[in-house]
Design a protein around this ligand. Structure first.
Ligand code: RIB
Length: 319
């Protein structure tokens, strides 16, 4: 039976400006027209779960304003249960200012607003969601105490925890590491979490293994066009990225995480779920925006099956 996914995290209205190249400090550049796109790592991951055929509930918080209702409606439209998205009467909905350059790279600043009210108290009020769902998917754009509380609670109920450490915090409490079943940093985040000085693939692998030694069960590092590195105590694999023309990488990681959770919830093995998520995010980077870039299950399924067969017949590097 398909299992349920609880996504706990942020909702932001993204204010996106495309430009030729990012401004340097002190520089003014002219960009394209400002666009408003539904985003926020929690919202994006829940949207990805719904869009890719998973069953999800979203726990988060928006302000009592037009951005907040638009964000909630967008996620509801892809069949995610949004009844646990709270409305904060005091704070505005979270916003993110996103610059995208002509190479598709982005740079993001988030003003959390109502996301700050997705706190321990709110999670305590919604305790039944931790009991009725099977997989718990967290990121780090809400108060960190709430993330750590949620992880402890999830494990108390013997649920599977996926933590996407984005943005990467300065520190993670000792008892949290061993409660994480799947940690999904990108290459910058894995290095920050371990304080590794270099940025080569060797540094990335070393960092991932240092995280394993802290008690995390599986570390899955998303590496953009270099693919995905997966390691646990029994195996390690480097999955190649699909070769595509990326125009905007915003929310590619969110799409990966949502898709990965859907894969597990449908009974895929970890490697199958990574392969599926890899394909889903390769579709997302060919489209603009956050939730606007996330594909549907039908769009990913056929490419994934084809690419999985290719990978298992030799292209996936086994180390
Ligand atoms: O991961 C992309 C997201 O990061 C954007 O949608 C933005 O809102 C920030 O949360």
């Amino acid at each position: 039976m398909k299992k349920r996914i609880l996504v706990v995290g942020s909702l932001n209205m993204d204010m996106v400006i495309e430009m030729k190249s990012m401004p340097l400090i002190g520089e003014t550049v002219l960009g394209d027209t400002l666009k408003y796109v539904p985003g926020g790592k929690g919202g994006n991951q829940a949207y990805a779960v719904g869009s890719l055929g998973g069953e999800a509930s979203l726990l988060g918080c928006v302000g009592a304003d037009a951005f907040g209702s638009r964000l909630v409606e967008n996620i509801r439209a892809c069949k995610v249960d949004v009844s646990a998205v709270d409305v904060d009467e005091e704070e505005p909905t979270g916003t993110a200012v996103i610059y995208v350059d002509e190479e598709g790279n982005n740079s993001i600043v988030v003003a959390p607003g109502a996301n700050s009210s997705c706190n321990v108290e709110l999670l305590q009020k919604k305790d039944e969601l931790f009991q009725m769902n099977d997989f718990m998917l967290f990121q780090m754009e809400i108060p960190l105490e709430a993330v750590f509380y949620g992880i402890r609670k999830a494990k108390e109920y013997e649920k599977t925890v996926i933590l996407n450490p984005a943005p990467a915090p300065e520190d993670i409490p000792d008892d949290i590491w061993e409660r994480i079943d799947y940690l999904t940093p990108n290459e910058t985040e894995v290095l920050k979490l371990c304080g590794e000085p270099g940025t080569s693939m060797e540094h990335i692998k070393k960092s991932a293994k240092r995280i394993l030694a802290k008690g995390v069960k599986n570390v899955i590092v998303t590496l953009g066009d270099k693919g995905v590195f997966f390691v646990n105590n029994n195996e390690e694999h480097l999955f190649e990225a699909r070769k595509v023309d990326a125009i905007d990488t915003t929310a590619a990681g969110d799409c990966f995480n949502g898709a990965f959770a859907v894969g597990l919830s449908k009974g895929m093995t970890v490697c199958e779920a990574i392969g599926f998520a890899n394909v889903a995010s390769s579709v997302a980077v060919q489209r603009k925006g956050a939730q606007s870039s996330i594909p549907k299950w039908e769009e990913v399924e056929s490419v994934w099956k084809e690419s999985f067969l290719t990978q298992t017949s030799g292209q996936m590097s086994m180390m």
